[in-house]
Design a protein around this ligand. Structure first.
Ligand code: HEC
Length: 110
């Protein structure tokens, strides 16, 4: 029997090159889950311990324009004393990835 355990099948699926109309969305959902959801929550509503502690804004209620969303992802945010609140992602993501994340964040709005 050469049955792969389910976890390694899932890992293979996740690592496989994506194609088709839904692929970028799937990849970007995963990025949001991996890098943003700890504070912003999987649905962007910030109902997580870190989200509550930091007073993270509900992304579904956000009104800032797309360019500001992009800037926020690139530069992160600090409070008035320069204490980091959200990390910058400039070094982590390509411009395309940032644009896709910004589009994802905008799509969370109602
Ligand atoms: C360590 C926690 C943390 C992580 C991780 C994090 N954020 Fe944030 N984010 C914040 C906080 C806190 C704010 C509010 C900053 C402020 O204005 O004081 C914020 C604000 C934002 C805003 C602006 C919302 C508005 O209306 O002003 C956007 C957009 C955003 N984050 C997107 C993202 C994305 C996309 C990721 C992942 C790539 C991410 N964040 C990861 C904590 C985090």
């Amino acid at each position: 029997m050469h049955r792969l355990p389910l976890v390694s099948l899932l890992a293979l699926t996740a690592a496989a090159p994506l194609s088709g109309a839904n692929a970028p969305a799937a990849a970007i959902v995963e990025k949001f889950q991996d890098h943003c959801a700890s504070c912003h929550g999987p649905d962007g509503r910030a109902r997580t311990p870190a989200g509550r502690k930091l007073g993270v804004k509900d992304l579904t209620e956000s009104k800032i324009p797309e360019a500001e969303v992009v800037r926020q992802i690139l530069d992160g945010a600090a409070d008035a004393n320069g204490k980091p609140r959200m990390p910058p992602f400039r070094e982590k993501f390509t411009a395309d990835e940032v644009a896709a994340l910004a589009a994802f964040v905008l799509a969370l709005r109602r």
